[in-house]
Unconditional design. Structure first.
Length: 427
């Protein structure tokens, strides 16, 4: 057997498991599959796309998430080497590099591939369930489409209604035989040569930051802001303050909310300065008279493009960047206005700025923090997954590995796809 034949034989025998269908997992999947490897992509949500799907726009170009995601979904659909599973999770992993046995749990969607997205089941449902996609700021029905650009484009029944009369109402309303209330959880065994953990991040729990006022209605997180500004969000894209649905004229951003703080996340979350600068553009476009106050410790806008973005926002006369750590956020019980209290680190003066609404620039925590991944996957003290670069086989990418933006996640995922391929061909 020639060296080439041996290499070809080895190429054909390996497959890769990617856990997490956000932008990093999608990229790793596509990069590996498009050079000829079989890839299994496992996503716990009923849709692919991860957190990027929840953004209004994404920088630096400020395009809607559909631009990047839809092309990836098309490439996934068109590639026979990719098998993707939603509502799925990894139960166990055994074996070693080049030869892992993996068990996947597939949770029931209760809706099959005959679904045409006609929406009749949602009309028939009388149950209301908090909408996780919009961070509970509105409700969905017991039968729902996770969001307007969901992939796969298919309804799902909330487990909360299964076994109730509401589920029967949904079943009766469906003319396409697409609802199957007998679906059960299933498990599936896979043999793979390498595993890429692309499990991403979750917003840091703002209720743990006791001095920043998250208990008040008009104090929201930056991810809630993305949904408020989105046309398919709870307010149809208007940034309205939650207590009275008033259009805002003043807003404050509180940077490093929970990040760079030994009591919460000790690291810099990398992206939240840029996120607030981006969200400033949402406010300024919608409400040309609005004033924006950004309280920061340092503004981190890494690289040439982000620095340019920062400078543009800084030049806006309605945007006030105040260097000072926020000590307190309080509410006026009558007007529900919010006052942000900080010490200006440049002038030393105490500032009390009253605004309609405040946004906490909460950081990124690894989504698996506090849980144990199967297969002796190693994590660092903050919960980020560590790639085994010495032995190969197990890799972490995107925000599962460290806080990153989309561009860097894509680059990182491409690198990790290559590392996974190297495990397969060298085993
Ligand atoms: C407020 C805010 C605004 C932002 N705006 C921008 C921006 O404009 N531009 C930009 O470049 N970046 C932005 N970012 C950063 C961007 O969101 C991340 O770079 C991006 O989400 C990273 O993608 P990911 O795939 O690594 O993680 P995620 O998007 O978190 O995707 C991970 C996926 O894995 C799934 N998953 C998790 N655990 C499991 C499991 N155990 N089993 C199976 N599946 C699992 C999740 O459901 C999810 O679908 C912003 C971040 C914040 C906080
Ligand atoms: S499950 Fe049936 S009723 Fe519901 S959207 Fe799909 S096809 Fe329509
Ligand atoms: S990116 Fe900015 S707001 Fe976020 S933790 Fe770092 S310095 Fe703080």
């Amino acid at each position: 057997m020639t060296q080439e034949q041996r290499a070809e034989d080895q190429v054909k025998s390996g497959s890769i498991l990617v856990v997490g269908g956000g932008i990093s997992g999608l990229t790793a999947t596509l990069e590996a599959a498009e050079v000829g490897y079989e890839v299994f992509l496992v996503e716990k949500n009923p849709y692919l796309g991860g957190r990027v799907a929840q953004l209004r726009y994404y920088f630096p170009k400020l395009c809607p998430p559909t631009c990047g995601l839809e092309i990836n979904f098309k490439r996934i659909k068109d590639n026979p080497r990719i098998k993707y599973f939603t509502l799925a999770e990894v139960l166990s992993v055994s074996g070693g590099p080049g030869n892992y046995d993996v068990t996947i749990k597939l949770n029931p969607r209760y809706v099959n591939e005959k679904c045409t997205c006609c929406g009749e089941c949602a009309k028939a449902s009388t149950t209301e369930v908090a909408n996780d996609f919009n961070f509970g700021m509105d409700m969905t029905k017991g039968a729902y489409l996770p969001h307007q650009m969901a992939f796969p484009m298919r309804y799902v029944l909330s487990p909360k209604v299964v076994g109730t009369d509401d589920a029967k109402r949904c079943l009766e309303a469906c003319e396409y035989d697409a609802i199957d209330l007998d679906m059960q959880p299933k498990s599936m065994n896979l043999k793979v040569g390498a595993i890429i953990w692309a499990t991403g991040w979750k917003p840091y729990d703002a209720s743990k930051i006791t001095n920043l006022g998250f208990q008040y209605k008009n104090v929201i997180t930056n991810m809630m802001m993305e949904r408020l500004a989105a046309p398919n969000g709870p307010t149809g894209g208007k940034i309205l303050r939650p207590s009275d649905n008033k259009e805002i004229s003043t807003i404050a951003f509180v940077q490093c909310a929970g990040s760079r703080d030994e009591n919460h996340l000790p690291y810099c979350s990398y992206i939240c300065c840029m996120a607030s600068l981006k969200q400033t553009t949402y406010v300024r476009e919608l409400y040309p008279e609005a004033k924006v106050y950004i309280f920061y410790i340092d503004v981190r806008a890494p690289g040439q493009r982000y620095e340019k973005f920062y400078k543009k926002i800084k030049a806006d006369e309605n945007v006030f960047l105040i260097k000072g750590k926020v000590a307190e956020v309080r509410e006026d019980p009558n007007s529900k206005d919010i006052t942000v209290v900080a010490e200006n680190a440049v002038t030393g003066e105490r500032i009390e700025q009253t605004v309609d609404m405040a946004v906490l620039a909460t950081g990124m925590e690894p989504s698996v923090a506090g849980t144990k991944l199967p297969g002796n996957v190693r994590v660092d003290p903050d919960g980020f997954v560590i790639s085994d670069l010495a032995q190969g086989g197990m890799f972490a990418t995107g925000c599962a590995a460290k806080p990153l933006d989309v561009v860097s996640s894509n680059q990182h995922a491409t690198g990790m796809a290559l590392k996974a391929i190297q495990t397969l061909v060298n085993r």
